[in-house]
Design a protein around this ligand. Structure first.
Ligand code: V47
Length: 417
């Protein structure tokens, strides 16, 4: 779906935008254009910081988490992606349940509250593998007297699973009946994953909601309407989710703003409890918890010739996301991709969360010599807390659902002591 921006006879000034934001009014796309084009980047950051304070006061969040990429084998070949491998390519891997169990065990021992698990669109793994993965993590944690929230599978993977399970009907049917059939397949998958212990959906796979960008950089992936429908169904079932925007490659700033607008409309729907085709949900509906702007890393991808976004563009995009997405409570500066010093700066420009301790991350690699050094990216809790304090905020450990965590060493609980 490609939308055009609304136009105004004159561009608003930053002062006018500030007045609107202070009134709690929604910014138009044309005003988003101004936020992007004004040379007063600190004015934009200051305003985003004001909104961030309104939401969260002096609190900034971190969590203790682990990433588990179950496989990098992928049927797609997105141009921006360096992570995927074909099945017989060197470096291709698929984790078995012993591996998953061991990772879950290590996560519990480290006091983690969350495992974030995603992978490529594996062409051969059977459907059962996926609920097994979730169940294995949950059961391992339970056997150790603990719990782990499983945040797993992007919307793109959920659709892939529906295809594997042969419940994804109406893929090429543009009618409302076709959409209803697709959503039914998505619901089938999510119900079974939820039953196995799935706690929420991560925000990946959204990239940029624009057909031109889609066809240029990630052709073959689901389009924006389907990505949003997966999250609609999840929300209707009471699952919370996140949203990302992958910026700084072949898209332009206007396309980023349209992406943000589409997300905030979907969030309006979720918050109003009016998600399409989702009547009669027993559990309270879910919604988008966080927006996570992800800067494009060109190295090793088919778009390696592009420069990728630089520091001030990263800062501005995060601040713009905070201002445009006025109905999404959390803005995450994902330190792994932004770097920790930049995440600190971002806390003063709209972000309220820097994500977690992480350990292994191999979707984007920070070159440090050996491949291993590049994917082993761990910080301690003390480092995260120090970074937050230095930025002028009070560090608060959260769980995946942004509930405060209290802990005694590796034992933890949600809420007060
Ligand atoms: O969907 C892939 C992106 C995403 C590159 O929900 C790249 O809490 C930059 O979604 N350069 C996965 N980005 C990561 C993700 C995420 C991360 C942290 C927290 C959460 C959350 C979600 O990474 C992919 C894709 O958009 N990606 N390749 C690249 N070369």
């Amino acid at each position: 779906m490609t939308l055009t921006l609304d136009s105004k006879p004159h561009a608003a000034s930053l002062a006018e935008i500030r007045a609107k934001v202070r009134d709690g009014a929604r910014l138009s796309l044309a005003e988003g254009d101004v936020l992007y084009s004004t040379p007063d980047i600190w004015g934009v950051c200051e305003l985003a910081n004001e909104v961030r304070w309104r939401w969260h006061g002096d609190v900034a969040y971190y969590n203790i988490n682990r990433h588990l990429n179950y496989s990098n084998v992928c049927a797609l070949s997105c141009k921006f992606c360096e992570f995927y491998r074909k099945r017989d390519e060197p470096g291709a891997y698929t984790r078995d349940m012993d591996y998953v169990r061991e990772e879950a065990r290590k996560a519990v021992e480290a006091g983690a509250t969350e495992i974030h698990s995603v992978g490529g669109l594996h062409p051969y793994l059977p459907w059962d593998y996926y609920p097994n993965l979730v169940r294995t993590i949950k059961e391992t944690a339970r056997a150790m007297g603990s719990d782990l929230h499983v945040k797993a599978f992007t919307a793109v993977e959920i659709v892939h699973l529906a295809r594997i399970a042969k419940v994804y009907k109406g893929a090429n049917d543009p009618t409302p009946e076709g959409r209803a059939a697709r959503m039914e397949g998505i619901r089938w998958v999510l119900e079974r994953l939820k039953e196995a212990g799935l706690g929420s959906l991560p925000g990946g796979g959204a990239e940029v909601f624009d057909d031109r960008v889609h066809d240029e950089a990630f052709k073959g992936k689901i389009r924006s309407d389907v990505w949003l429908d997966v999250h609609r169904v999840a929300h209707s079932m009471g699952l919370h989710s996140n949203a990302t925007i992958l910026y700084g490659h072949v898209e332009d700033r206007r396309e980023r703003l349209v992406h943000m607008d589409m997300l905030r409309r979907a969030q309006d729907e979720a918050l109003a409890g009016r998600a399409a085709d989702c009547d009669g949900a027993a559990a309270p509906r879910g919604s988008f918890q966080a927006i996570i702007p992800l800067p494009f890393f060109p190295d090793g991808s088919d778009l390696e010739h592009l420069p990728g976004p630089a520091g001030l563009e990263n800062l501005r995009t995060l601040a713009v996301a905070r201002l445009m997405l006025d109905n999404v409570p959390h803005v995450k500066a994902f330190w792994i991709m932004q770097t920790l010093p930049m995440a600190q700066l971002m806390l003063q420009c709209g972000a309220d969360d820097i994500d977690g301790t992480i350990v292994w991350y191999d979707i984007t690699k920070v070159p440090q010599g050996s491949a291993e050094a590049a994917t082993h990216q761990e910080v301690t809790v003390a480092t995260l807390q120090k970074a937050i304090r230095e930025a002028g905020f009070l560090p608060v450990e959260r769980d995946t659902l942004y509930r405060t965590v209290t802990r005694n060493g590796n034992r933890w609980q949600v809420g007060g002591t």
